[in-house]
Design a protein around this ligand. Structure first.
Ligand code: RBV
Length: 421
C-alpha cells in the first residue's frame, strides 16, 4: 500500500491553527504532560484524521501514550495532516484520503498490529475490526471509548450478539458530546460544507431533514435560521412530536420527496431515500448525507434509475433519469461535513470539547477497567462535569455556586425542611 503523499508543511500549518483554537487540549497537555499517566500504553485512535484529531493525538502522546492512528471513513482523512503527524515522536499511523473499503480495512489491520491497550473510536470501526478480524488481540484490550451515535449502536449490537469482551464507554451519550458536537458541530459543518460544495442558497429553499435525533435537530434549526422552509421525516413518535412542536412540518418521506429541493439525511439507518422517493422528486433536487455510512441515500437505486451520469461540479454527481429529470448526489452520499472536496469536519472549538471528554473518559476507563464488566457503560457524570468546568474556564465564563441552604433544599422533602431557612 502506498504511503501518504501529503505535504507535511501544509499539515503542520493546519495543526497549528487547530491547536490555537483548542484551549481545552492546551490545558490538558499542561496538566498531564508532567504526570504522563499513559506512559507505556499503546492507544489507538480511529477517526477522521485531520487537524483537530491530530491535536487529540498530540495530547495523548504528551500524556505518555504510544499513539497509533487510522481513518474511520474512506474519504475523510487529510493526507498533509497524516504526513505531519507521522513526523512527530510517539505518534504513527495509517490513513489516506479516498481509499476503497478494502484499503480501509488494510489500514485498520496495520494499526491493530500495534496491539492497542485502548481504542478511541469513531463509529466503532476499529473496535469491530479487532473483534471480527483480530480476536487474538482481545486479551490485551482494556477498553474502548466510542464517540458517535452509530458506534454506540454498533457496540450494543456486539453486546447483543455476545461478542463484547471488554468495557466500552459511550462517550457519545455524555452531555458534553452529544448536546454540542451533534447539534452544533454537525449542524454547522454539514450545512456550511453542503452550501460551499453546491454554491447554492439556503434562504427560501425547501429543505428536508431526515431524522430528528441530535444531528437532525441541529440541521433543521440551523437551516431554518438561514431562511429555509424545513420538513422533518422521522420514524420515532416522540422525536416526530418534538419536531412538530418545534414548528417543523413532519411528513413521511414519500410526501416530503415531492416537496424538497435539498435533502439531508442524519438517521444512522439505510435506504432512507430510495427508488420510490427518487421517482417522486422535483427536477434538480440535491441529496446529501450527514450520517457516518454512505447508505442513507440509496446510490444503487439512483444508479439503477439513471440513464446517464455525469459530474455536475466538483463533489456533485448528476443522475439523469429517463423522464428527463436530473437528481444531484453530493460526494457519493458520504458524510458531507468531512468528505466534501473542501470539507474540514466540525469546527475546532466543538472538537476541542468532544476530544476533551474522549481524553478524560479514556483516563478514567484505564484507571477503572478492572472493575468494569464487559459491556457498554455510561461515562461517569463527574468526568463529564469536570470537562465542562475546564471548557468554561478556557472560555472565561463563570457560573454561580449553590449556597449551603440551596444544597440542603435540593435534598429536602418534608414541608418543614423545605420551608426552613
Ligand atoms: N467529527 N470529527 C470531526 N475531526 O473534524 N468532525 C466530526 C473532525 C466526528 C464527530 O465528533 C462525530 O462523532 C463523528 O465525527 C461523526 O461525524
Amino acid at each position: 500500500m502506498s504511503t501518504p503523499s501529503g505535504d507535511p508543511a501544509a499539515g503542520r500549518q493546519r495543526l497549528a491553527w487547530a491547536r490555537e483554537h483548542m484551549p481545552v487540549h492546551a490545558a490538558l497537555r499542561e496538566r498531564y504532560a508532567p504526570r504522563r499517566p499513559l506512559e507505556g500504553l499503546c492507544v489507538a485512535v480511529c477517526s477522521h484524521i485531520e487537524a483537530k484529531t491530530g491535536v487529540l493525538l498530540e495530547t495523548l502522546a504528551a500524556a505518555g501514550a504510544e499513539v497509533v492512528f487510522t481513518g474511520s471513513e474512506p474519504g475523510s482523512s487529510q493526507d498533509d495532516v497524516v504526513a505531519a503527524l507521522n513526523e512527530q515522536p510517539g505518534i504513527c499511523g495509517y490513513a489516506r484520503r479516498g481509499v476503497s473499503e478494502a484499503e480501509l480495512e488494510a489500514l485498520h489491520l496495520l494499526a491493530l498490529d500495534h496491539a492497542p491497550a485502548l481504542i478511541l473510536d469513531d463509529a466503532a470501526e476499529l473496535t469491530a475490526r479487532l473483534v471480527h478480524r483480530r480476536p487474538e488481540l482481545l486479551p490485551g484490550l482494556r477498553g474502548v471509548c466510542e464517540q458517535t451515535t452509530t458506534g454506540v449502536q454498533r457496540i450494543q449490537a456486539m453486546l447483543g450478539d455476545g461478542a463484547l469482551r471488554f468495557p466500552a464507554y459511550a462517550v457519545n451519550h455524555t452531555p458534553m458530546k452529544h448536546e454540542f458536537d451533534n447539534i452544533h458541530g454537525t449542524g454547522e459543518s454539514a450545512l456550511t460544507n453542503l452550501m460551499l460544495t453546491t454554491n447554492l442558497l439556503l434562504a427560501g429553499k425547501q429543505v428536508v431533514v431526515a431524522g430528528y435525533g441530535d444531528c437532525g435537530v441541529g440541521l433543521a434549526h440551523k437551516a431554518r435560521a438561514w431562511g429555509a422552509q424545513v420538513t422533518v421525516t422521522e420514524v420515532e413518535p416522540r422525536r416526530a412530536l418534538r419536531a412538530h412542536m418545534n414548528g417543523f412540518a413532519v411528513r413521511p418521506m414519500a410526501e416530503a420527496a415531492e416537496i424538497g429541493e435539498l435533502f439531508i439525511t442524519a438517521t444512522g439507518s439505510r435506504d432512507v431515500i430510495r427508488r420510490e422517493h427518487f421517482e417522486r422528486m422535483r427536477d434538480g433536487a440535491v441529496l446529501a448525507n450527514a450520517g457516518h455510512f454512505n447508505v442513507e441515500i440509496s446510490a444503487d437505486d439512483l444508479a439503477g434509475l439513471a440513464v446517464e451520469r455525469r459530474q455536475a461540479r466538483e463533489g456533485v454527481e448528476a443522475f439523469e433519469l429517463a423522464d428527463g429529470r436530473t437528481l444531484h448526489l453530493v460526494c457519493e452520499g458520504r458524510l458531507v461535513n468531512l468528505a466534501a472536496p473542501t470539507a474540514m469536519g466540525h469546527p475546532a472549538e466543538v472538537m476541542d470539547q468532544t476530544f476533551g471528554v474522549q481524553f478524560m473518559a479514556a483516563l478514567h476507563l484505564l484507571e477503572h477497567h478492572e472493575a468494569l464488566a464487559a459491556g457498554v457503560h455510561a461515562v461517569p457524570d463527574e468526568v463529564d462535569r469536570r470537562t465542562a468546568e475546564l471548557k468554561l474556564e478556557t472560555l472565561g465564563v463563570a457560573t454561580d455556586r449553590l449556597t449551603e441552604a440551596q444544597q440542603r433544599f435540593r435534598h429536602a422533602w418534608r414541608a418543614e425542611e423545605i420551608l426552613a431557612r
